[in-house]
Unconditional design. Structure first.
Length: 95
């Protein structure tokens, strides 16, 4: 559950809250009286969330990614080195 604070407390402790969010990847919900609450989140976390949403937007791509994740967590396929994978898909460097 994200931490919550008021707008007044957030304003008074903005630097501390920013450091906390950046260091711990926490989300801070800022409650505003008479306005919609907002969230303080690390920029890299937001970028990651937006990329994930983009990748999962296509049902076909989402299914492909979730299948790959299930295979990886089930460990049905032996891990391969990056070098071997690059060779398999034709991306190995030519000498």
């Amino acid at each position: 559950m994200p931490n919550q604070t008021t707008y007044t407390k957030a304003r008074a402790n903005l630097a501390k809250l920013c450091n906390q969010v950046a260091a711990n990847r926490e989300i801070i919900i800022i409650n505003r009286r008479g306005a919609e609450d907002v969230a303080l989140v690390a920029a890299s976390e937001l970028s990651s969330l937006l990329e994930t949403a983009h990748l999962l937007r296509s049902p076909k791509n989402a299914q492909r990614l979730l299948s790959a994740l299930n295979r990886a967590t089930a460990r049905k396929i032996k891990p391969q080195s990056v070098k071997k994978l690059r060779r398999e898909v034709g991306l190995d460097e030519k000498e």
